[in-house]
Ligand binder design. Structure first.
Ligand code: TYD
Length: 213
């Protein structure tokens, strides 16, 4: 594959992963490592336009159409930004990726319907770019809920969904971590910012050292 290194950050809303993704990028830059930070849905002009529709458009897409829209954004992001960066040997840090579709659309919206999980799996295989490392930010449901309510940013259509949806999303991430133990590492997000930052950096550093051997 590419010579770069692909890291994804995953978890429910309010887990602090976007802040940590920024901190990791800054830390790697200080280490003179060529790194880019990006996000999903988004990262390219077309994918950012789809982001607006998916997060704030109240489009009421059918579930499979919604999943395909996330994958349309993803395909563009992978083709135009992620793969070229990896081919140049860069580290790509991506805030959310395929596991978010599995957790939100698969476990959350479809309540774990095996046909939908299979559908997402098939689209993932078409994309055929899997992260070297995925950090899944975990914290108890009530803590995340409190943090969600405190947030200043514009509330998207997913955030507005009921508690049971968010509960299933967290359960989904747990299942994903269990099934992909080699790729996925859990980050305890219920700690101070500095402690989370240290855990993130240590895990990334360890994985990079293993790959270099
Ligand atoms: P964002 O603000 O980037 O995430 P966060 O709230 O963690 O900072 O919002 C992205 C939203 O899109 C979030 O609610 C999860 C959702 N999403 C999906 O439902 N499916 C997907 O495939 C992706 C990438 C995101």
């Amino acid at each position: 594959m590419e010579n770069g290194f692909f890291i994804t950050f995953e978890g429910g809303e309010g887990a602090g992963k976007s802040t940590q993704a920024h901190l990791l990028k800054e830390r790697l830059k200080q280490d003179n490592i060529d790194v880019i930070l990006t996000r999903e849905p988004g990262g390219t002009k077309g994918a950012e336009a789809l982001r607006k529709l998916l997060l704030f458009g109240r489009c009421n897409f059918s579930l499979q159409a919604e999943i395909m829209a996330h994958f349309t954004a993803r395909r563009d992001h992978v083709d135009q930004l992620i793969k070229p960066a990896l081919n140049q040997g860069k580290i790509v840090v991506c805030d959310r990726y395929i596991d978010s579709t599995l957790a939100y659309q698969g476990y959350g919206l479809s309540e774990g319907d095996p046909d939908i999980l299979f559908f997402i799996q098939k689209l993932s295989n078409l994309i055929n770019l899997f992260p070297h490392l995925t950090l899944i930010f975990e914290a108890p449901f009530d803590i995340l809920k409190k943090r969600r309510y405190k947030r200043q940013s514009q509330i998207d259509d997913y955030e507005k969904l009921e508690d049971s949806f968010h509960y299933r999303v967290l359960y989904g991430f747990k299942q994903i971590a269990k099934k992909n133990g080699k790729r996925c590492k859990i980050i305890n997000a219920n700690q101070s910012l500095q402690d989370v930052e240290r855990d993130v950096y240590n895990l990334v550093f360890r994985k990079l050292s293993i790959l270099k051997q």
